[in-house]
Design a protein around this ligand. Structure first.
Ligand code: PEP
Length: 252
């Protein structure tokens, strides 16, 4: 059965104490989840080890990082490698977030290197893709997202792809309060699944977990997650308050 995930991307928010309090709140209210459902928390790098300890032994809740270096190790001051992330107990790494693409100029070549390093280190990639507003307005979003996927994922073989989760995040919906409609999300998710099917076959496409991200909140999560091709969400702002995040988890 396809895996369903609600993942919280804290971005550059929360000091350690605030983060630990948030995790306590999430753990207190976490509902019993069926076997195929997971919650992922992606705090800033510096909190990974501490928050990993809080999550030890807890079922269905996993640790993720928001990024990693495109180099494996060496003289890269300030960088954090995939193997360092792995050593904290993290199981997921978010890659290709639009904020990284835009503010830190991450391109196809860098993302291919990062994806390879995460997979080599036996973690799973949450691969973000999604179009800016001008592409949506020109109605060319399907080709735009297809290009991101083919340039950054299609070097992987079918076995490697099993460790990739795709997150469709229309940039115009991130942190803006403007959510994609359930129909817009479903249409894009079905398109992404067909792109995966054309390259890797229908079984691989059916197994692919595709998350929606962009101003997802308790009030719209149930409708979004009710779409046949939406397998959960990548949550930014609403992951910073236990009650809101749990409201979204409950919609899964
Ligand atoms: C994100 O940045 O991944 C995201 C979905 O943010 P928000 O939920 O705040 O729109």
């Amino acid at each position: 059965m396809r895996k369903k995930i609600v993942a919280g991307n804290w971005k550059m928010n929360m000091n350690l104490e605030e983060g630990k309090t948030l995790v306590e709140g999430v753990l207190e209210g976490l509902p019993a989840l069926s076997e195929n459902k997971q919650v992922v928390l992606a705090p800033p790098f510096i909190h990974l080890a501490s928050i990993g300890e809080q999550l030890t032994g807890k079922h269905h809740i996993h640790l993720g990082a928001q990024n990693c270096s495109y180099e494996g190790s060496g003289a890269y001051t300030g960088e954090i490698s995939a193997s360092m992330v792995k050593s904290t107990g993290a199981e997921y790494v978010i890659l290709g977030h639009s904020e990284r693409r835009e503010y830190f100029k991450e391109d196809h070549a860098m993302l291919v290197k990062k994806i390879n390093l995460v997979l080599e280190n036996k973690m799973q990639v949450i691969f973000c893709c999604g179009e800016p507003l001008e592409i949506r307005d020109a109605d060319t979003q399907n080709a735009y997202v297809q290009e991101q996927i083919s340039a950054e994922l299609f070097h992987l073989d079918a076995t490697q792809l099993k460790n990739v989760v795709i997150a469709y995040e229309p940039i115009w919906a991130i942190g803006t309060g403007r959510t994609a409609s359930a129909q817009q999300a479903q249409d894009m998710h079905a398109h992404i699944r067909s792109v995966i099917a054309a390259k890797y076959g229908q079984d691989a496409a059916n197994d692919m977990t595709i998350l929606y991200g962009g101003s997802c909140k308790p009030s719209n999560a149930a409708e979004l997650f009710g779409c046949p091709d939406v397998d959960g969400g990548l949550i930014g702002g609403a992951s910073l308050k236990a009650e809101e995040f749990l409201g979204i988890v409950n919609a899964m």
